[in-house]
Design a protein around this ligand. Structure first.
Ligand SMILES: *Cc1c(COP(=O)(O)O)cnc(C)c1O
Length: 446
């Protein structure tokens, strides 16, 4: 048999896979879904999430009693303090808090003067907030296909979609793993485009000596409950260009500058002091948790390298670290006796390992497109020819393949903070399913 042999895994005293530790797979153990014993009991991997401690609870009580609930009540309140501290931790000049990651992105689009008639190139494989931030300024989100193995937008596809109305590229660092920023920045430079990094999943990730979110003109983060730094709903814009960052402040402050002058069009996206209090409590351990996720992810990648048919998410040259909002791999069924991904995932879940397929379908498959193309403002601002071309260029086969067939992942914010024992259980579960691949087609599909 090629690859792993079942018998080698059964030698209890000296596991052949280094690091399997004390998680042992019994020889000939049946898959749990077919009546065998599961590798672990179902249940959470990693600590309770979001991270909470007494200091954070006390900070909320203190804020409640202080009466300072809005950021404009104090220049030294939680939100302004958090903005300074977050910028420092990321390693960037300025940061402006907002009510969500979507609001942060939307603030950037508006602050850069992108509006009706303009186009922004982005990924179809993302949170709807990415697309929404472009639409709320009545610009056109142009989605391009992905690199099959990195799940990131493919810069060569970006190059093909640049036209005279293109104003910006909005790369998404999906899973918190850096996109191909070298090539994206090259393209942006060549065509005079702005770059807004959707780094909502990628706080602290580093690429070619820089923090993700600080490479383009502006970067955005999300502090939604599932994200690595969380406050329920929250977000931030970061950047090094002081004037542009002041414009971001003005936009999210419903068009009013710090000097109190009402200058431009802007929604009210201000972060409130309660969110700031939670975030100040999240920050102290955030970097350590980031490092721990990297350690566990690297461990899993090394352990799983012996399993044919599973390929970890590709990283571009110069990727120094990743945030691992999700830990993702490509599944190749040819190495699993032809079993579809859904059978692999069913078997794995029955072993107590909660893995899934993440985003169900690319955003080019969702009904917003017909809605938007039918709106008066889009019909006025974009020619019939452009709208038809747009509707006819939504064929994104790599994205479809990733969504429908290949991507498997688990949520990393909490799970990658699990113990080494839990990481070994993940490896053992996957190894067991691989070892039993010949019986995957006995699983009933419902
Ligand atoms: C979470 C997320 C957003 C939106 O952030 P919210 O805080 O939920 O508005 C945008 N893009 C990506 C890639 C995200 O993961």
């Amino acid at each position: 048999m090629a690859g792993l042999s079942t018998s080698s895994l059964a030698i209890a005293a000296t596991p052949v896979l280094p690091g399997l530790g004390n998680v042992l797979i019994q020889n000939n153990e049946k898959l749990a879904i077919l009546g065998g014993t599961a590798v672990r009991e179902k249940g959470r991997i990693g600590p309770a999430w979001p991270y909470v401690d007494d200091q954070m609870v006390n900070a909320i009580v203190k804020t409640t009693r202080s009466g300072i609930w809005s950021r404009i009540q104090s220049a030294t309140g939680n939100v302004p303090t958090f903005e300074k501290e977050f910028a420092k931790q990321i390693g960037v000049g300025y940061s402006v808090g907002t009510g969500s990651g979507t609001q942060a992105l939307s603030t950037c689009v508006e602050a850069l003067g992108i509006g009706p008639g303009d186009e922004v190139i982005t990924s179809p494989y993302t949170d709807m907030g990415t697309i929404s931030s472009i639409l709320t300024s009545r610009a056109l989100p142009v989605m391009v296909d992905l690199d099959l193995t990195s799940f990131q937008l493919d810069p060569e596809e970006v190059a093909k979609k640049i036209n005279k109305n293109t104003k910006a590229i909005m790369p998404v660092h999906i899973m918190g793993v850096p996109a191909n920023m070298e090539r994206i920045m090259e393209l942006a430079g060549k065509h005079g485009l702005k770059v807004i990094e959707d780094s909502c999943q990628a706080p602290f990730a580093r690429y070619q000596g820089k923090a993700i979110g600080t490479i383009g003109d502006l970067g955005c983060f999300s502090f939604q409950a599932s994200k690595a730094i969380a406050c329920g709903e929250g977000g931030a814009v970061v950047g090094n260009d002081q004037a542009l960052m002041e414009q971001c402040y003005t936009v999210q402050n419903r068009g009013a500058s710090r000097k109190g002058r009402n200058e431009t069009i802007g929604p009210k996206y201000r972060m409130n002091e309660f969110e700031g209090a939670i975030l100040m409590g999240q920050l102290p351990g955030a970097k350590d948790r980031f490092l721990e996720r990297n350690e566990n992810a690297e461990y899993l990648i090394a352990q799983l390298a012996v399993i044919p048919g599973l390929t970890p998410q590709k990283k571009y040259p110069g990727t120094e670290s990743s945030s691992y909002y999700h830990f993702a791999m490509s599944y190749n069924k040819e190495h699993f006796n032809g079993a579809d991904r859904s059978l692999f995932l069913k078997a794995l879940n029955a072993e107590g390992i909660p893995m899934g397929s993440y985003i169900k379908n690319g955003l080019h498959k969702e009904p917003w497109i017909q809605h938007v193309l039918g709106l008066d403002e889009y019909q006025t601002m974009y020619t019939k020819e452009r709208r038809e071309e747009y509707a006819n260029s939504l064929d994104l086969p790599n994205c479809d393949k990733i969504c429908n067939e290949t991507l498997i992942s688990f949520w990393g914010s909490g799970m990658l903070l699990g113990s080494r024992q839990e990481m070994d259980e993940i490896v053992a579960g996957i190894t067991k399913v691989y070892e039993n691949r010949d019986s995957l087609n006995k699983i009933k599909t419902s």
